[in-house]
Design a protein around this ligand. Structure first.
Ligand code: FES
Length: 158
């Protein structure tokens, strides 16, 4: 008949020390993983569209008499002397991007036409093109806000 050998006090202390170290390590690891999971959970996953307020560069980029369309922003920058205006190039019929034409604007989708100020001259478009607020930013750039519509014919003096 064999009897279990008694454990020496030094050996028991080492085992306790080892188990305490392993459990501390496991606890710290799970705390880090939990913190990372919370961070990933709390971080917004929403995707946002294009900002409504943006810079279009220096006024010098738009020579007097020019009507320059910026297609990715869906706007047209019109400059007359020292006055600048920004007109929407989104057709008010079904939202196609319209192009700058000799007489104003022309929609390639269903043939709507607008004059230089964005007033409807032909086609199914129900309303004129909106004009957007444009300001001179402190750094000298022109800044457009497509959330703010202004009265058509209102130019910014630069
Ligand atoms: S979307 Fe421009 S005319 Fe229909």
């Amino acid at each position: 008949m064999s009897h279990p050998t008694p454990t020496a006090p030094a050996e028991t202390g080492e085992r306790r020390h080892f188990l305490a170290w392993v459990s501390s390590f496991a606890l710290a690891g799970s705390a880090i993983i939990s913190a990372l999971a919370n961070f990933v959970f709390l971080k917004p996953r929403a995707t946002y569209g294009a900002p409504s307020r943006f810079s279009i560069g220096r006024p010098d980029a738009f020579p007097s008499g020019a009507r320059i369309a910026i297609e990715q922003r869906r706007i047209c920058v019109a400059r007359e002397g020292n006055q600048v205006a920004v007109i929407s190039t989104t057709c008010t019929h079904l939202g196609c991007i319209i192009g700058v034409a000799d007489t104003g604007f022309a929609c390639p989708c269903h043939g709507s036409r607008y004059d230089q100020d964005g007033n409807v001259t032909a086609g199914p478009a129900p309303s004129p093109l909106p004009w957007y607020q444009v300001k001179l930013a402190p750094n000298g750039d022109l800044e457009v806000d497509t959330n703010i519509q202004i009265k058509p014919g209102t130019y910014l003096n630069i």
